[in-house]
Every structure is written in C-alpha cells, then in structure tokens.
Design a protein around this ligand. Structure first.
Ligand code: NAD
Ligand code: TDX
Length: 340
C-alpha cells in the first residue's frame, strides 16, 4: 500500500508513521506537512533513512501540490493535519478555519478527483461537546462543539461525511479521546505538566481541576487507525477511547507521585472560556466490529511518557523558547500565572 499521511510531523501523525513503518515494513509512506509551530521533523529521524518514507513540506490546502502527490498512485489518505490546540483556537481562531475546514475540503476534492481508495479523517471526541457526570459519547451522539477548535473539526467531519453521501467517496472518520505519549508538543496538559515539573516550575490547572478527560496512549490510537484503514467500513465513524477517565487534578496528582514532586507545584489559574466539563468515549463499535482493544493502562502510559520526557530533554528544550514562550505568556498571563 502507498499512504499519504498529512500532518505526519505532529504528535499523533509521527507516532502513527513510526507505528506503520514497524508493522507494515513494505508500505510506502508520504508525509505531507506544513511544519507549523507544532510540526517537528526530529520526531521522524528514525524514519528519515527508510526508502519507504518520503517527506514533503507543504499545505493540505495546496491543491496543485496534493494533485501531484496523488498522481503517484496513492491508495489511501489519512488526514491528521490540523491546528489542534483549544487554547490557541480561543486566542486566534482563523487558522483553525483555514486548515481544519478549508484544508480538509481541498484534500477531499483532490482525493475524489484522483479516485483514492480510502480517506480517513482524523477527528476528536470534542465534536460531541460536553457531558454531564454520567453517560458516554457513541458514534450517534449529536455533534455539539463548544470551542473554535472543536467547531472546525465538527465542520470537517460533516464535509467528509457529505462527500461520502453525495459522491460515494470511501470516507471513514475516527473520533479519539485525549492522546498522550512521546513527541506531544508541550502546550497540551500532560507534556506541559511533565516538562514544567522536570524544571520544578508550577503546573497551571484551569478552574477547579474537576474537568474530566478520557486518556489514551498514542500507540493504542495508532493501532486503532491501522485497523480502520484495513477493516473499516466506508461511510462509518469510529470512536476510539481506552476508558481511562480522570479529572485533571487526579491526573496531575498521579504525575506528581510518579515524579516525586510536591503538591505545592500545582497552581490553580483562571478557567479556559467555554471549558468542556467532561468527555468519555464509548468504544464498543471499534472493539466489537474491528476487534480493537487498548494495550496500555493509564499507569503504564504515564510512566512511559514521564520516562520519555525525562530522557529527551533536548527535544523539548529546543521547543520551549521563542514562539513557545510568547504563546505561554499570552495564554497564561491573563489566567493569572506569572512568568514561565
Ligand atoms: P499536532 O498539533 O501535534 O500536529 C499537527 C500537525 O499538522 C503538525 O505537524 C503541523 O505542522 C501539521 N499541519 C498543520 N496545518 C497544516 C496544513 N495546513 N497542511 C499540512 N500540515 C499541517 O496535532 P496532534 O495532536 O498530532 O493531532 C493530530 C490530529 O488528531 C488532529 O487532526 C487533531 O484534531 C486530532 N486529535 C488529536 C487529539 C489529541 O489528543 N492530541 C485527540 C483527538 C484527535
Ligand atoms: O495548562 C493547562 N491546564 C489545564 O488545566 C492545559 C493546557 C490544560 N488544562 C486542562 C484543560 C482540559 O480540561 O486539561 C485538560 C486537557 O487539556 P488539553 O491538553 O489542552 O487538551 P483538550 O483541550 O482536552 O484537547 C485535547 O484532546 C482532544 C487535544 O488538544 C485536542 O487536539 C483533541 O482533539
């Protein structure tokens, strides 16, 4: 198989490429990535030497470039490319609309024209909105996005679905809960907390810390997407979640315990506007229909993640400068956190 993976230099995309090169060594992978602040080719140094891997710097919204790539007889497109951070979508929504909605539509158009055999749109549980204390999201839960980020992802899902219904395109959508693991940009809660703690800096927790997220180790998500690629049914949505729900406070308490750091490093800051209270995924469909199951417990995954950030300091040291510090200041100063 020949795969076009977009956004492959980001967190989940790079983990997915490494997973696929290991599990399908005869597949050819093209990684199309714009290299925004979140794209990092250091994630893929181990792939760079492979004759089965090609990197192309570019935008999914560049139809000419995407056409040229698809002309090389690509069997499937897997679209990870996105602006992915909720807080940035609150500060500056425009790029979310351009890449997540328009970019996806252009990619769909190109894939349709070139009759690509499979198109997987990588989406998120955030499109379903916020849950109360009970219940879980199923694939038929109504979409109710609350942030510019999740609204842009919900729009892309609907456009992808429309291309299936209207043009018969072989589209599948995955909606995954909060991923964590190696190579995650340290703007997201877990890598931000772990790297701050490695420097004995405070960990900012939004609001009362009682918002609940459903955590999945990134390679478990990669395995699920691999299954959807090979066994998924066209036109279907697959929820992917490992069933590890935690409040943010409980999660950070576990991290503090595993790292041997004091509770005093937690700093409560002003809440994120429109902060969804709880996400929880019902993954029965992918378990029952495709035979997926998660392999990594939250405890194992947290240990592996802490270990990775502890031993890859150069990777995140290079990120935590320049643009990152400007973003940190902009996001956290208004929330009442002083300095980095
Ligand atoms: P990320 O921000 O780490 O990576 C995004 C990648 O996309 C970067 O490499 C960036 O350079 C690239 N990119 C951005 N705009 C582009 C464009 N116009 N053209 C080409 N490349 C572009 O994101 P991530 O956390 O790896 O998320 C990947 C996908 O998974 C996203 O679609 C996101 O919505 C979805 N998702 C993420 C999570 C999570 O917990 N991180 C959970 C569910 C779904
Ligand atoms: O400093 C912080 N303090 C804090 O309390 C940050 C960055 C976050 N939080 C809270 C907000 C959330 O309740 O932690 C929780 C997790 O936050 P993020 O890591 O920003 O993730 P979230 O907003 O849940 O979205 C993530 O999961 C779904 C990804 O960023 C999305 O791309 C994905 O679609």
């Amino acid at each position: 198989m020949k795969l076009l993976i977009t956004g492959g230099a980001g967190f989940i995309g790079s983990n997915f490429i490494l997973f696929m090169l290991e599990h399908h060594p005869d597949y050819d992978i093209i990684n199309l990535d714009k290299l925004t602040y979140a794209g990092n080719l250091e994630n893929l140094v181990s792939a760079a030497g492979s004759r089965h891997y090609t990197f192309i710097r570019g935008d999914i919204a560049d139809a000419k470039l995407v056409h040229d790539i698809l002309d090389t007889r690509v069997d499937a497109v897997i679209n990870f490319a996105a602006e992915s951070h909720v807080d940035r979508s609150i500060l500056e929504p425009a790029a979310f609309i351009t890449t997540n909605i328009l970019g996806t539509q252009i990619l769909l158009d190109c894939a349709r024209e070139k009759r690509v055999g499979r198109f997987i749109q990588i989406s998120t549980d955030e499109v379903y909105g916020s849950l109360g204390p009970s219940g879980r999201f199923s694939e038929t839960t109504c979409l109710h996005p609350n942030s510019p980020y999740s609204a842009s992802k919900a729009s892309a899902d609907m456009i992808a679905h429309a291309y299936y219904e209207t043009f018969g395109m072989p589209v599948m959508i995955t909606r995954t809960s909060n991923n964590y693991g190696p190579y995650q940009f340290p703007e997201k809660l877990l890598p931000l907390a772990v790297t701050n703690l490695l420097e004995d800096r405070p960990v900012p927790i939004y609001g009362d810390g009682m918002n609940v997220r459903d955590w999945i180790f990134v390679t478990d998500n990669a395995e699920a997407i691999d299954l959807v690629l090979h066994k998924g049914k066209e036109g279907e949505v697959y929820n992917i979640g490992a069933g590890y729900e935690s409040t943010n406070k409980a999660l950070i308490d576990s991290v503090l315990r595993l790292m041997g750091k004091p509770e005093s490093l937690i700093t409560y800051v002003k809440d994120r506007p429109g902060h969804d209270r709880r996400y929880a995924i019902d993954p029965s469909k992918i378990i029952n229909e495709l035979g997926w199951s998660p392999r990594t417990s939250l405890d194992q995954g947290l240990k592996a993640t802490i270990d990775w950030y502890s031993t890859h300091r150069a990777w995140w040291d290079r990120i935590k400068s320049g643009e990152y510090l400007a973003y940190y200041e902009k996001n956290y100063a208004v929330k009442g956190l002083k300095g980095y």
